[in-house]
Design a binder for this molecule. Sequence first.
Ligand SMILES: [Zn+2]
Length: 280
Amino acid sequence: MSSTPIIRFGPAGIPIQCEGGTLEGVNCCAELGLRAMEMEFVQGVRMKEEQAIEVGKTAKELDISLSSHAPYFINFCSVEEKKIGLSKHNLFAAAQATHWAGGRITVFHPGFYQKLSKEEAYKIAKGHLVELHEKIKAHGIKVVLGAETVGKPSQFGGFEEVVRLSEELGFIEPVLDFSHLHARRDFNIRDESEYVEIFKQLESRLGDYVQHFHSHFSEINYTAKGERNHLPLGSNNEPPFKPLIKVLSENGYSGTIICESPKLEYDALLMQKEYLMRKR
Ligand SMILES: [Zn+2]
């Protein structure tokens, strides 16, 4: 028996209108009627075990599903040993804190091609991720590593690459940042058809991933070099959110949408409203 499809919506970090830290953020999300929150460790992981456990306990009681975003200082394609060490350290620390908090997935930006060919970059990153996972496993950490589709063509982490990593490494799942997919031109998301195509590909290659996908949403300002900055919903409609909600509802997909627009929880609520209206 399959369960009722559900999409959880939440902000990337503590809601703007909420004062305090992560714990207050979780409480605030629950009060607003949101069902998810991503903990932003982007400038470094400072959350201690005791605090993470407390946050996790509250999130569980309030039915807020937690995820995290690892530090930006990660490049698994680097040829410098020091940078690889730092990348592993940062992603490990984020996964550890997420595990303490009972979160399911830690999102990370995989790296940069620099002078490498795409295939070289892929092989190098894959090797380091396998090594890192050994350590994560040895520590009993059961958190999925979420390879995000990143916003610039110079960054390693296109749709094809993150889906392939997930196909080849069971501990990795893609994190779909729709605005990035649009900005790096992996997809030209103008209407329903592109969302249908994205989910069709995910379903055929990763099976039940479409029943627990993790994603980021905002609109985006971009140039030929890719992403410039994230925009609130209704700014330029690139990509548009309503067709996404329609495709998700009509196909019964389940997962999480973390809102990364500058309006965080306000736009998360806007998307959730659209979703609930369609579900009725
Ligand atoms: Zn990100």
